[in-house]
Design a binder for this molecule. Structure first.
Ligand code: 5GP
Ligand code: MN
Length: 327
């Protein structure tokens, strides 16, 4: 997306927002730093314009994202009966809104901001750039093009999205713009120290114990290039860990020297097996996730199963082996 396109979208965004008297803002279930960072930044922007708004999410903010300014105001159901504009961020399909989807579907206008590929979600105004590493980066561009007053709170939210979706500027999706716009966000008062401490130095003890099980139980195949681990419901009961505590564990497996593809299966809620796939280089795990009804990005994708964890793992690992061996 070049600056001409961004400017044109920014004008339409401002127009739509300017017409609204109340806005419903939302993002995906199991929200991550980019989902909440971008949703809350939109909320703060609307607050600044004096436009009534509510930020909704199927799940509450996980413990490590509760520092985000406004996180405690996120609701699971709206206070108002109706809104004239919906803004949804960081999702490729409205199904990902979970239990909040009907509230968004009722709104007469929908703006979508996202960086996933491919796209199944509708939108009267679609601001989608799959080459952007984070929705928060697209939003930063847009707000700058709108000449918006980016407050320190907004900057911290946006910085969190960029930092988490680029793995602290380590992943392949890190672009020069990820760094240059992060620098702008620091200038606007974004608190990078707070973000680092809250995201990377706040591991709950229960999560650390779950990590112990992960490293103890991980398995390797395909000349140690494929690594996976199953965390059953009993592991969550035993350690007291929650699903939010598994954020980052799939990346930990991918950080092992030989590993090109990593898969983490976890039954944090009985009967539901969330699966995170991670890959290096040209291995496209989103394609595999889509075959199992999920989605995501080439190097970070996921899917969900309602079947025994061993069975789900066996099917996915068999498919990943093919992915690894065919390239
Ligand atoms: P994570 O493994 O961090 O939960 O998710 C990585 C990426 O895969 C994110 O972009 C997320 O939106 C996508 N993803 C994870 N689980 C699912 C799923 O069950 N369905 C879909 N469509 N996408 C998923
Ligand atoms: Mn994202």
């Amino acid at each position: 997306m070049d600056s001409k396109e961004t400017n044109a979208l920014a004008r339409r965004f401002q127009e739509e927002v300017g017409k609204a008297s109340s806005v419903l803002v939302g993002s995906h279930l199991n929200p991550d730093g980019d989902a909440l960072g971008s949703a809350l930044a939109v909320g703060h922007y609307l607050d600044g314009l004096g436009i009534a708004n509510e930020v909704l999410c199927h799940h509450k903010a996980p413990a490590n994202l509760q520092f985000l300014p406004g996180a405690h105001q996120i609701r699971q159901t709206p206070k108002r009966a109706s809104h004239d504009l919906a803004i949804v961020v960081d999702l490729d399909s409205l199904d990902r809104l979970g239990s909040t989807a009907p509230y968004f579907e009722k709104c007469p206008q929908l703006i979508l901001l996202d960086h996933h590929l491919p796209h199944r979600s509708p939108g009267d105004l679609r601001i989608v750039d799959p080459s952007a590493p984070a929705t928060s980066l697209i939003l930063t561009r847009l707000l700058l093009a709108c000449d918006a007053d980016i407050t320190a709170d907004m900057a911290t939210c946006l910085l969190t999205g960029i930092v988490t979706d680029t793995g602290s500027f380590r992943f392949r999706n890190t672009t020069p713009e990820s760094l240059s716009l992060s620098a702008v966000l620091l200038e606007r008062g974004g608190d990078i120290n707070l973000v680092s401490e809250q995201i990377y130095q706040s591991t709950p003890i229960a999560a650390a114990r779950l990590m112990g099980i992960l490293y103890e139980r991980m398995r390797f195949t395909s000349h140690d290039r494929l690594c996976w681990c199953e965390l059953g419901h009993d592991d969550f009961v035993k350690t007291g860990a929650t699903d939010a505590d598994t954020e980052g564990l799939a990346n930990d497996l991918l950080s092992i020297e030989t590993v090109q593809i990593a898969a983490l299966f976890r039954e944090s809620r009985p009967g539901k097996v969330r699966t995170s796939l991670r890959s290096r280089h040209a291995f496209d795990v989103a394609e595999v996730a889509r075959e199992f009804g999920g989605g995501g990005h080439a190097n970070a994708a996921g899917c969900t199963f309602e079947e025994p964890i061993h069975q789900a793992a066996e099917r996915v690992v068999a498919r990943l082996k093919i992915c690894l061996e065919s390239s």
